[in-house]
Design a protein around this ligand. Structure first.
Ligand code: FES
Length: 153
């Protein structure tokens, strides 16, 4: 991690970047913004860590904990809700053994996210699997998708 972080910091200094770009580089490379990374860049750049944490928590593009290899996004907007998204969500949570507010499976294979309307209400309920939007989803199709992803791991 350190070598890559060194490059990100060097790039920031050479190109007079801003804190947003350094966070984007960290997110892009590691898949999330770790506390260690924030304290390291804060120390190197002499900027208080809270500045980075504030930005990272404000923008939804940043994640402050590791995410799974596959991202399952379930739409929770009203049209999708009416067509059964809550049941799909509950079944996926059970399948991935996600308790409480956990969103990433213990094997780090899946992260479950919820969104409000992806603009495809006509084909609700909608689920995106690794950004691939799939409409008219049901529990059976959802389980097939999860099993396919498990098989390709
Ligand atoms: S509410 Fe789900 S796509 Fe619009």
């Amino acid at each position: 991690m350190d070598e890559c972080l060194d490059k990100i910091i060097d790039n920031y200094l050479e190109n007079e970047g801003n804190v947003l770009t350094i966070l984007q580089d960290i997110e892009k490379h590691y898949g999330y913004i770790s506390e260690d990374a924030v304290y390291r860049i804060a120390s190197e750049l002499d900027i208080h860590p809270s500045h980075f944490f504030g930005i990272a928590s404000f923008y939804s593009q940043f994640h402050l904990k590791p995410r799974g290899k596959n991202i399952i996004t379930i739409c929770r907007g009203t049209p999708c809700h009416i067509k059964g998204s809550e049941k799909i969500l509950g079944r996926v949570r059970m399948e991935l053994d996600l308790l409480g507010d956990e969103d990433t499976s213990d094997d780090q294979l899946f992260t479950l996210e919820e969104v409000n309307c992806v603009g495809a209400c006509g084909i609700s309920p909608v689920v995106a699997i690794n950004s691939r939007v799939q409409g008219e989803m049901d529990i059976s199709k959802m389980m097939q998708e999860i099993n396919k992803l498990r098989a390709t791991d």
